[in-house]
Design a protein around this ligand. Structure first.
Ligand code: ADP
Ligand code: MG
Length: 698
């Protein structure tokens, strides 16, 4: 008997040549992989729709009627065939542009046909272009009532492996393999959620008789995917938690206490206090902390991170902070330097721009352990940077970094430093737990007191004069203004032109000596960027014209107006980040979204969402809705999830249930030793063989 790992070459009805094309085109090598190539939709050919009832262009449908006169219209290459099809309820039109020679003989006027295709509306009638037609008397015998549709490629199609061909192969082979799909879920779950067995589900998804069978099969398979993924992720986390040692921050010492009493310029919010406590508990028992701090823009993550770093220094270790851009790194450096100077602590900044003797000294002091706080860009994780005793590493704006960078930080010390990653990109909780599965999650769900909501307006380009007037009025009150332009890689040169044109028209309108303007963009040298940023920060300039380099983290409390040009070109997360640059001081702040007059439905939704809400979680939900989880996963650490059917967003409810069940099992039987968990353990090993060091599970 062939097993599921058999090469597809040996399957019935395929042959070496077609097998090799399948491997090349769809990367299906084994029987198991072929059977995991699931249909992406189904055609229900058991139903016949009355022609008069056709009301949408959405789906392939089937109608039955009497064929009218067949007309040849046009000449030469533009020639086409048209015929009407009539039933008791109405008339529709059938059209062929190609293959007329082949079609024509079968089109017999007056005969009844079953016609299958996708209707398209022209005026009051629907027409079918290139429909599949079957004489009524042959219909029952020749056509399968319910048919799955598989993705295929042109090349496969040429070899008879279009959707139907693939289905045929699966139909021929799958039944013999079904008894090898042994149950891999604990039977308790099967009963509790009334799931099909694995074998039933495999049959149901490939060889269903109706849509109900498909639904039940999909439900089972989705649950399986989500449950296995969650079990794996929880397991992995368990191993990390139990096996990685970290520095012991046993005491809250002088630096922390003095900072809290003498330096901290405000009262911490309750959320900040809670998160600090979570960090404290997590870093004192000798196990490494990997924690994500999720908090909306402006919620005050930096102070929390700094205090965690002070805790590390109090316990004889060094701390570092890594930011995604030079500007942000420098801003953190200046801000933190000011805060810890009274404590007599040294801080250094390391970026690509720091060179020569200065760099040498920083590297030496870092290595000797003399330097307590190192702040920088990803320059921090270069091999040349080594620490005397790094106890804690903070990563700001995690969404800009991947797992690989985190791993590099881990390697900077033995034991690995505690890692605190901070993100302002809010995502629903179960999704966060899946994407950042190896992190504990802390949430700062409270803004510092006294923040006024930002007023957000959407203005068309034609209202530019009004916007300039508004900027002028705010500047006269002593405020500062950001004007941000999009910069998309693909249209870089056009975008720079827009930026420079915009800058010019602003300089024409806002002239010295009354007004000073800064400009910052990616093509400038770091030191020039920095100079311009400083002029804005210190209030010498009132307007900062910039590309999205200022998207994350920049903190200028006196800036109260954010104008976003071509706002329709930004994603929601970016708009939210940009808006978060204002509303940091005591003054009423404004965000003005500029856009062209013509907007897609999607853009409209994004802009209206921004106008309606400032809640980062709500914005994230709309973002997920508009973009789907695929894209979001793609930009994150998606390596662990190989979901074929389930979707982390659309199946969020099932995801939550699966996670809960996985948690029960992993907590109750951490080594999966119980008899009823053996099949599960084997399946996990098989699926995630390369992603876990299984020997660590004893
Ligand atoms: P984010 O979470 O977006 O990184 P920051 O850490 O930059 O936010 O903090 C935003 C601003 O709020 C900073 O100016 C910071 O000093 C201030 N801030 C932080 N915590 C508090 C607090 N508890 N009370 C008042 N202001 C605070
Ligand atoms: Mg920040």
């Amino acid at each position: 008997m062939l097993n599921l790992d058999t090469d597809i070459t040996y399957l019935k009805g395929l042959g070496p040549e077609r097998a090799s094309t399948l491997k090349k085109e769809l990367e299906l090598f084994s029987a198991r992989q072929l059977f995991a190539h699931f249909p992406f939709r189904y055609i229900d050919r058991s139903a016949i729709v009355s022609i008069g009832d056709i009301h949408s262009e959405d789906a392939f449908i089937q109608v039955k009627g009497r064929l009218g006169q067949v007309k040849e219209i046009g000449a030469g290459r533009k020639k086409r065939l048209e015929a009407l099809l009539t039933d008791d309820s109405g008339v529709c039109k059938l059209i062929w542009f190609k293959g007329l020679k082949w079609v024509k003989p079968s089109l017999i006027t007056g005969k009844n046909f079953v016609v299958f295709g996708k209707p398209q509306r022209f005026g009051a009638t629907y027409s079918f272009a290139h429909p599949e037609i079957t004489p009524e008397e042959k219909f029952q015998v020749s056509v399968q009532a319910f048919e799955p549709v598989y993705s295929s490629t042109e090349l496969l199609g040429k070899k008879g492996l279009h959707s139907k061909g693939i289905h045929k192969i699966i139909k021929q082979n799958l039944p013999e393999f079904l008894n090898q799909y042994l149950e891999n879920l604990p039977s308790e779950l099967i009963h509790k959620y009334k799931l099909l067995s694995r074998a039933e589900a495999m049959r149901g998804i490939h060889l269903p008789r109706n849509m109900n069978e498909v639904k039940a099969a999909k439900r089972r398979l989705k649950f399986e995917e989500l449950f296995l993924l969650q079990t794996f992720l929880l397991y992995k986390k368990l191993i990390t938690l139990n096996h990685n040692k970290g520095a012991v921050f046993s005491e809250v010492g002088n630096y922390f206490n003095r900072f809290y009493k003498e330096v901290l310029p405000f009262e911490l919010t309750n959320a900040q206090k809670r998160v600090l406590k979570e960090i404290r508990v997590h870093t004192r028992d000798g196990k490494q902390m990997n924690r994500l701090v999720q908090g909306d823009v402006g919620s005050g993550k930096t102070i929390v991170a700094l205090m965690a770093m002070l805790l590390g220094i109090d316990n004889g270790t060094q701390a570092c902070l890594m930011a995604p851009t030079e500007i942000l790194a420098r801003q953190h450096f200046l801000g933190i330097q000011k805060l810890v100077e009274p404590l007599g602590l040294g801080v250094a900044l390391l970026t690509g721009a720091v060179k020569g003797a200065e760099r040498k000294k920083i590297l030496a002091d870092t290595k000797s352990g003399e330097l307590k706080i190192l702040i920088g860009t990803h320059a921090l994780i270069e091999d040349k940077v080594s620490f005397g005793n790094l106890g804690i590493a903070v990563i700001d704006e995690q969404h800009r970094f991947g797992v690989a960078q985190r791993a590099k930080l881990w390697a900077k010390n033995n034991p690995s430093p505690h890692v605190l990653v901070m993100t302002a990109t809010p995502i629903p909780r179960t999704l966060a737990m899946t994407l950042y599965s190896d992190l504990e999650i802390s949430v700062i769900d409270e803004l510092p007191p006294g923040r006024k909501p930002i007023k957000t307006l959407h203005k068309r380009d034609s209202h530019r004069e009004w916007v300039f007037g508004f900027m002028e009025q705010e500047i006269k009150k002593g405020r500062q203004v950001y004007v941000v332009y999009p910069l998309i890689e693909e249209s870089e040169s056009m975008d720079y032109k827009d930026l420079m044109d915009g800058y010019e028209s602003i300089t024409r309108r806002f002239q010295p000596p009354a007004y000073q303007i800064s400009i910052v963009h990616g093509k400038m040298k770091p030191e020039d960027k920095e100079w311009e940023m400083q002029r804005f920060k210190t209030g010498i300039t009132q307007i900062l014209v910039a590309t999205t380099v200022i998207e994350v983290g920049v903190d200028v409390p006196n800036a109260s107006v954010m104008v976003i040009e071509s706002a329709e070109r930004f994603g929601l997360a970016q708009l939210h980040q940009l808006r978060g640059r204002v509303g940091r001081g005591a003054e009423q702040s404004f965000c003005i979204l500029m856009s062209s007059n013509k907007l897609s439905a999607n853009s409209k939704k994004r802009l209206s969402t921004m106008v309606e809400t400032q809640d980062g979680f709500k914005i994230a939900e709309v973002d997920l809705e508009l973009r789907g989880s695929g894209e979001i996963m793609g930009t994150r650490q998606s390596g662990d999830s190989d979901l074929k059917l389930a979707d982390l967003v659309y199946d969020a409810n099932m995801l939550a249930v699966a996670r809960e069940e996985a948690k029960n099992i992993v907590e109750f039987d951490p080594n999966l030793e119980m008899k009823e968990n053996q099949a599960l353990k084997m399946e996990l090993k098989r699926r995630y063989a390369d992603k876990l060091i299984w020997s660590k599970i004893s």
